[in-house]
Design a protein around this ligand. Structure first.
Ligand SMILES: [Zn+2]
Length: 416
């Protein structure tokens, strides 16, 4: 098959619904104005996908594990330790970490990321302001590499007038929406209400950390669903984690999933961080802390899987490779059938693209020419090999090519 493009826009695409091609010659052609820069690539026995989409990361926290530990491995210690350390991070240091994380993610085939931002007002506003400035500068500087979105995490019930001023200014200057973690608030209902009021006032979407707890009585997502309908925000609210949903009785979980579905909430599961942070008080059988992915997708809830924290006190491992995270999700959520594996692929591509409102996403006629080629021919191979070989093409240019080379004792060399 041949995929054709002209002046950076797809002009001819034959889509496949099974992701397994027949090993026949496949080429991608792109022609510039004068046909002088024709590019051809033989993607024989490889998988071509639009870019991977990471809908929930923390770019400002990534790669701090060496300077900020977490002895207990709990969410609360991670929050406390980061809060204590963050006043010492300069804007340049924050930017450096963000760019490093984005570059790694891009090298693995990711083309867009949504990052939550710490909003530390303990010094009156300077720390929050410098974090926002770093984010907005990185968003601009990294445009050739990836599309970035930023959501500051606020508890509006705790914000001073100055805090609200900084938040509103940031939203006007380019922050993409409002985040938070209402289950950690002293007044969860009021915190949710004020988040919706601010989102309505500023005309922005909402993306909340929700019910990241093993305690089945924690159910702020039901209040989020109620307010979503009240404010007419259906489809514009993402909820991440939902760990307590996994711990609830079946009856209560069924009711909650029905509420999530009715309010058209979008869900993001974060298996790496949650398998690390949750179940810390369990003895013997340790709960996975991962939400009910199969039941949510079965109920038609748009569900994505994302990286969350990368090498920081919330999650000491990871590198921003969504193929790796997708595989982790198949283990954690028992997504084993062929249909489940295809769903997992959708959970790192088209579903998070929709959750992030990326309307020019996908290899479709009229869309910008961006794609990633993987050294795999089937979905099973993709998640088994998590292949090193990835060719990343964005807006008419190769952004990053990674190849694997093996040298054998026999003198044979194999490059993929
Ligand atoms: Zn998070």
């Amino acid at each position: 098959m041949t995929l054709k493009a002209s002046q950076g826009i797809w002009t001819s695409i034959t889509t496949q619904d099974h992701y397994i091609h027949d090993n026949s010659f496949m080429s991608i052609e792109e022609k510039s104005d004068c046909d002088a820069m024709e590019m051809k690539y033989d993607a024989k026995a490889k998988m071509v996908l639009p870019g991977l989409i990471d809908a929930h990361v923390h770019l400002d926290k990534a790669y701090t594990i060496d300077s900020i530990g977490n002895e207990s491995g709990t969410l609360l210690e991670a929050i406390q330790n980061f809060k204590q350390a963050s006043p010492d991070f300069s804007k340049e240091v924050i930017k450096e970490r963000m760019k490093k994380t984005v570059n790694h993610a891009v090298s693995f085939g990711t083309s867009a990321l949504r990052s939550h931002l710490d909003f530390n007002m303990s010094d009156g506003g300077e720390i929050a302001q410098r974090t926002i400035e770093a984010a907005l500068e990185v968003k601009e500087e990294m445009k050739p590499m990836a599309d970035l979105q930023f959501f500051p995490m606020c508890d509006l019930t705790q914000l001073s007038a100055r805090g609200k001023e900084i938040l509103e200014l940031g939203l006007r200057e380019g922050l993409d929406g409002i985040g938070g973690a209402p289950h950690l608030s002293d007044q969860p209902k009021e915190s949710i209400l004020q988040t919706f009021q601010m989102a309505e006032k500023m005309g922005k979407p909402i993306d909340l950390h929700s019910d990241e707890s093993d305690d089945p009585s924690i159910e702020t997502v039901n209040e989020i669903a109620r307010q979503t309908i009240q404010f007419g925000f259906q489809g514009k609210v993402n909820v991440g984690h939902l760990c307590s949903l996994a711990a609830m009785s079946q009856e209560k979980a069924d009711e909650t999933i029905a509420n999530i579905s009715e309010a058209k909430l979008n869900v993001i599961t974060l298996p790496g961080a949650n398998m690390y942070l949750q179940g810390r008080n369990d003895k013997g059988l340790i709960r996975r802390g991962v939400t009910r992915v199969k039941e949510l997708t079965g109920a038609g809830v748009k569900t994505a899987v994302a990286s969350d924290n990368i090498q920081d006190p919330f999650h000491p491992f990871g590198k921003g490779d969504l193929v790796e995270i997708g595989r982790l999700s198949t283990y954690a959520a028992h997504m084993n059938s062929e249909a489940d594996k295809l769903m997992t692929l959708r959970m790192v591509t088209e579903i998070p693209a929709e959750l992030m409102g990326l309307d020019k996403y996908g290899m479709k006629e009229g869309n910008p020419v961006s794609f990633t080629i993987f050294d795999a021919t089937t979905v099973n191979e993709l998640f088994s090999w998590t292949p090193v070989g990835r060719w990343v093409y964005r807006n008419s240019a190769w952004v990053c090519i990674t190849k694997q080379m093996q040298s054998w004792k026999t003198g044979q060399e194999v490059t993929n």
